[in-house]
Ligand binder design. Structure first.
Ligand code: PLP
Length: 416
């Protein structure tokens, strides 16, 4: 099965029809808890001396199916699914840090991640040092003996910058800290995180993995490349001593953080993520080709002052994106109009494209980040993330591209 291609794995792994009455679609175990006839049996499962499900806040067979399927696509040692992408990010970072620790992070982040770092982690005594992720010297200088991870997005949302992840991983390896990448915009389909030196990869499965805007979820995968006992973290060292380094991070993440915060994924959502994965490769092809066509169209439109899409040949990240994402550049782009007023006029005149705060849907979506996703951020936080009042984000769907262009053409014609 290891030699299977991406879509074959995405369609077939995570379910054993022999043990599921021949079912080929993942069964939904819609149950909160699991019964054992003998008290000793359940006690053994609690002790970890016997495998078994206990309570769906810890694990559930449908959620396991999603974890196994995505883990196979990322070629990791295991995955933990969560209630949302944000829950995946906080579970990873709460696993790695204690009071007084530091994280080094890219400035170019999704607004919710900024707020988690600046409003929540800081409250618990973990500080985040922001660096220019395009400047290796600033990354090296920011890492101290208190740093427990470097965090970045494979493509910054909505800044659309692409960090040279392979080069950055050389720095994190030399400094013995794990490299954590949020690959929501690239999915395992475009970005082979393990091959490029990432240690833990995170996805909001709300987005392309589900692919139709129906479901919240998140997941993170340990790629098996980091020696967890080498990090200055008591829980990870204890877990590595108990059961070996390979599963230490995932065990602590599940048993200390996920279980105790209740950030678990629902079985029904896991089922929908599994269904989404089955068509991910096909959909990503169309997202990427539609986005490139639209970027080329928007680039030459007189109303637009700036377009950010790494697929464009003269984009400053084109070459890095080419290397990292195998000649595909994702379904998200952003562009600028002279003012917020013109962005609002454009959005209000669109008929097909939906104005909402999500991405990675089959439908094309538009968002004005400054007044929505980033509205709680300070001006400085927005500037750091490349957000300004004239910026519009477009999540390009998989409709017929001529219809998306027609909608934009009509609306842009009336923007002045
Ligand atoms: N990471 C990125 C890059 C995102 O764009 C988002 C949401 O838009 C998240 C994480 C958070 O995911 P969720 O909304 O599933 O919590």
């Amino acid at each position: 099965m290891k030699h299977w291609g991406f879509s074959t794995k995405a369609i077939h792994l995570g379910i054993d029809p022999q043990n599921n009455h021949g079912a080929t679609s993942i069964p939904i175990y819609q149950t909160s808890s699991f019964a054992y006839s003998q008290a000793e049996e359940l006690a053994e499962v609690f002790d970890g001396n016997r495998f078994g499900y206990i309570y769906s806040r810890i694990s559930n067979p449908t959620v396991t199916a999603f974890e196994q399927r995505i883990n196979a696509l990322e070629n990791g040692v295991g995955a933990v699914a969560t209630s949302s992408g944000m829950a995946a990010i906080f579970t990873v970072l709460f696993t790695l840090t204690s009071q007084g620790d530091e994280i080094v992070s890219s400035k170019s982040l999704f607004g919710g991640t900024f707020l988690l770092f600046n409003r929540v982690l800081s409250k618990y005594g973990v500080s985040v040092k922001y660096v220019d992720i395009l400047d290796p010297e600033s990354i090296k200088n920011a890492i101290t003996e208190k740093t427990r991870a470097l965090f970045l997005e494979s493509i910054g949302n909505p800044g659309m910058d692409v960090p040279d992840i392979r080069k950055i991983s050389e720095i994190t390896r030399a400094k013995s800290i794990p490299l954590i990448a949020d690959s929501t915009l690239t999915t395992p389909c475009l970005f082979n995180a393990k091959e490029h030196g990432v240690d833990v990869v995170i996805h909001s499965s709300t987005k392309y993995i589900t692919g139709n805007g129906s479901t919240m979820g998140g997941v993170f995968i340990d790629l098996g490349t980091f020696e967890w006992e080498s990090l200055d973290n008591k829980d990870l060292k204890n877990a590595a001593n108990r059961a070996g380094s390979e599963m230490a991070f995932l065990n602590v993440a599940r048993r200390n953080i996920l279980m105790n915060t209740g950030a678990c994924q629902s079985p029904f959502n896991a089922y929908l993520h599994c269904m989404g994965l089955e068509t991910l490769e096909l959909r990503m092809e169309k997202h990427c080709s539609n986005a490139l066509t639209l970027a080329e169209y928007l680039e030459s439109h007189p109303a637009i002052t700036e377009i950010n899409y790494p697929g464009l040949k003269d984009n400053r990240f084109h070459k890095i994106a080419d290397n990292l994402f195998n000649g595909r550049y994702g379904g998200l782009l952003s562009f600028s109009l002279p003012s917020q007023k013109q962005c609002f006029k454009l959005i209000n005149r669109l008929k097909l494209i939906k104005n909402l705060a999500n991405l990675g849907d089959a439908k094309t979506l538009i968002t004005h980040p400054a007044s929505t996703i980033f509205h709680e951020c300070t001006e400085e936080e927005m500037r750091e993330a490349g957000v300004h009042e004239g910026l519009v984000r477009l999540s390009v769907g998989i409709e017929d591209v001529k219809d998306i262009i027609e909608d934009l053409e009509t609306a842009l014609g009336e923007v002045d």
